[in-house]
Design a protein around this ligand. Structure first.
Ligand SMILES: [Zn+2]
Length: 275
């Protein structure tokens, strides 16, 4: 007799620990706010990967037990309103909506070399070229489901809670902070938190030496200000592999790792993905 997956889980759970045997997937914490993550459980238990689009971008969908969960990144610039996603699955096409709540981010004043705030024509042209490269990295899509969506810190050290902060460099307002800064001594190895494939590496004007890793289904991680890069584009990495070393290349006020996480081409708060 063939037993439906959910029923099988229920039967096993009568005698043994329920969660481990139902192949429950490790999801991030949900925070339906700008820079946060919305989890939407789909009403579909078929085997084919559903397609979910948000703002014209393919969004992550992961298998969790018998069902599927869409894991949606919300832009820092998202207004207080409802957002919609379009779901294509075995039930057909439907539009789902969710609300984005308020989150007030503080501002942060920083002092850096004047040439890193008022860019020369050459530096501005370089930064614009690099923005295209970064966007291309974030646009990567590979079909594998990430091993987990709780990621250990890539380096040990003190975490700042500065994700989303509006930043004032030398008295001038600039873009908000789109990652997590972890203070660590220069040279500390930076390790891949989960398996993935290196998309690209390079030396960027603001971000310094940088590595991008694709973890699957639109989850891209970025490691910046490195003093050394130990991987190459196309290389597969396992959890714990060294990507490079902590440094202060690019626009940095001291040695630290800037860790960025992007879902559906949107920077989200890495703190939601910590174990
Ligand atoms: Zn940073």
């Amino acid at each position: 007799m063939r037993i439906a997956p959910r029923l099988a889980c229920a039967l096993i759970s009568l005698s043994l620990a329920p969660l481990a045997l139902c192949a429950a997937y490790v999801l991030p914490r949900e925070a339906s706010v700008p820079g946060g993550v919305k989890l939407i459980r789909l009403d579909y238990e078929g085997s084919a990967l559903p397609a979910v689009d948000v703002d014209g971008q393919r969004a992550m969908v992961v298998k969790d037990g018998a069902g599927w969960v869409a894991v949606i990144g919300i832009p820092l610039s998202a207004p207080l309103s409802t957002r919609s996603v379009v779901v294509h699955d075995g039930n057909g096409r439907q539009q789902l909506e969710f609300t984005v709540g308020e989150k007030l981010y503080a501002s942060q004043s920083l002092k850096v070399a004047p040439r890193q705030v008022d860019l020369s024509r050459e530096d501005l042209a370089r930064a614009n070229r690099e923005r295209v490269i970064i966007d291309a990295a974030l646009s990567h899509w590979s079909p594998e489901q990430p091993d987990a969506l709780r990621l250990p810190q890539p380096v040990p050290g003190t975490r700042s809670s500065s994700f989303g902060m509006r930043r004032i460099f030398n008295g001038e307002s600039r873009n908000p902070h789109t990652g997590m800064d972890i203070a660590a001594p220069a040279g500390t190895p930076v390790r891949a938190p989960i398996a993935g494939t290196v998309i690209d590496t390079g030396d960027f004007f603001f971000n310094g030496n940088t590595v991008f890793v694709d973890h699957g289904r639109g989850l891209i991680s970025m490691y910046c200000h490195l003093s050394a890069i130990d991987v190459k584009a196309g290389q597969k990495v396992a959890a714990g592999d060294t990507l490079g070393a902590v440094g202060m290349t690019g626009r940095a006020t001291g040695p630290h790792l800037h860790w960025g996480l992007s879902l559906n081409r949107v920077w989200v708060d890495p703190a939601l993905f910590l174990p």
